[in-house]
Write a protein that binds this ligand. Structure first.
Ligand SMILES: [Cu+2]
Length: 385
């Protein structure tokens, strides 16, 4: 079934959804009108918001915990279940005929950690970012761990210390006669220069990271297009004979039975080759969605009528889970993403199992000669394309 048909079938003009949509739109336009009328007011608010954001940054690790808690998972998964291969995933005859079997996820890799699970360091792991499996992810995580977090901690403790000192030393009892000092050039120079130095120290790696994330995919990158639908994902492989994958969330009990995290597991994963540059393109068919996989440091909006594109190179094979990260309707929370990165030769086997072709192969796989092409040759084709 083609994606467009599936989309039409799965998105009937439900009166409930329709009315919810227009209510939402009304609310939005009301809000927009409000902003236009009170722009001055808004600017003042922005200054307050900026201050609040600085405070909120201090509590960033707590929000990561909340994100982890949103996917109730590992607690129901016995260790042996996680290691067990996904029996029962191979369903179609085409799959059975090939060497491809869906990869079992590794516990704690590419998925959030439950703080109460028996995993080593579960509490600490649940408080910070997931382990990263891309170069950009490692760079960003290093910046967070070794620059941002220390700067935030030192500044917070310093300001807290100053406040406590003022409270104790300069309260009315201890200091009945207040000083009339109004200016101190030395202090003013210091409290201007020091923050500038701190901002420059943060800006250098920050801008570097931004530039790295905008790197254009090389010409030989493997193109995979992710399309957001209300409420599931579709993946197409233009380089591989137009393979189309429709990816829906598995029910919780089925996910646990297969040894996968609940509310993150899907029936058909986005299968990609590992260690090879990928050109991930995102778009959407109805509303704005966002394709996001935390352990790959990848997040990109999927906008109807637009094609966004970003380079992704996954360092090692594995199953990496993510979620739609743009509020897209009532089932926004139920359109997870599962990326399965395979060694290139296994990816070639998967392509064949889907009835696709590797780049450079004949379009019709009916010719028996095409099936005899050794895996190594397919890998070469994959990497040289
Ligand atoms: Cu969505």
């Amino acid at each position: 079934m083609k994606l467009a048909e599936v989309s039409a079938e799965r998105c009937p003009s439900d009166p409930l959804v329709g009315s919810m949509g227009s209510e939402f739109e009304n609310e939005i336009s009301k809000q927009l009108g409000h902003i236009e009328m009170g722009q001055m007011h808004t600017r003042m608010k922005l200054a307050t918001l900026a201050a609040l954001a600085a405070v909120a940054a201090l509590f960033a690790p707590v929000s990561v915990l909340a994100q982890d808690a949103a996917a109730p998972i590992v607690e129901q998964m016995g260790a042996e279940q996680v290691v067990a291969p996904n029996a029962g995933v191979v369903e179609s005859a085409a799959d059975a005929a090939s060497a491809y079997t869906p990869m079992a996820p590794t516990r704690g890799k590419g998925m959030p950690t439950d703080p109460l699970s028996d995993e080593p360091n579960a509490m600490m792991k649940s408080l910070t970012f997931q382990d990263q499996y891309t170069d950009n992810g490692n760079y960003a995580l290093g910046m967070h761990d070794y620059i941002l977090l220390p700067v935030i901690t030192i500044i917070s403790l310093f300001v807290l210390g100053l406040l406590l000192y003022v409270i104790v030393r300069f309260n009315r009892g201890a200091n009945p006669e207040a000083s009339r000092t109004t200016h101190n050039t030395m202090i003013e120079v210091v409290w201007t220069i020091v923050p500038v130095i701190i901002l420059v120290v943060i800006a250098v790696p920050s801008i570097t990271l931004l530039a790295r994330q905008y790197e254009t995919p090389p010409a030989e990158a493997v193109t995979i297009k992710a399309t957001g639908y209300q409420w599931y994902w579709g993946y197409t492989y233009p380089d591989h004979g137009e393979i189309e994958i429709v990816s829906n969330m598995l029910p919780e009990d089925e996910a646990v039975r297969r040894g996968e995290p609940g509310q993150l597991a899907v029936d058909n994963r986005m299968v990609v080759p590992a260690g090879v540059p990928l050109r991930i393109q995102t778009t959407a068919s109805d509303v704005i969605h966002a394709f996001a996989v935390p352990s790959l440091w990848f997040k990109m909006d999927a906008v109807p009528g637009r094609l966004n594109e970003k380079l992704l190179t996954i360092k090692e094979p594995g199953v990496y889970y993510g979620q739609c990260s743009e509020l897209c309707g009532s089932r926004h929370a139920y359109m997870p993403i599962a990326v399965e990165a395979l060694p290139p030769e296994q990816f070639a086997a998967w392509v064949k199992a889907q009835g696709g072709t590797m780049p450079g192969e004949e379009a019709a796989p009916a010719a028996p000669a095409a099936e005899e092409a050794p895996a190594a040759e397919q890998v070469a084709l994959l990497t040289t394309r």
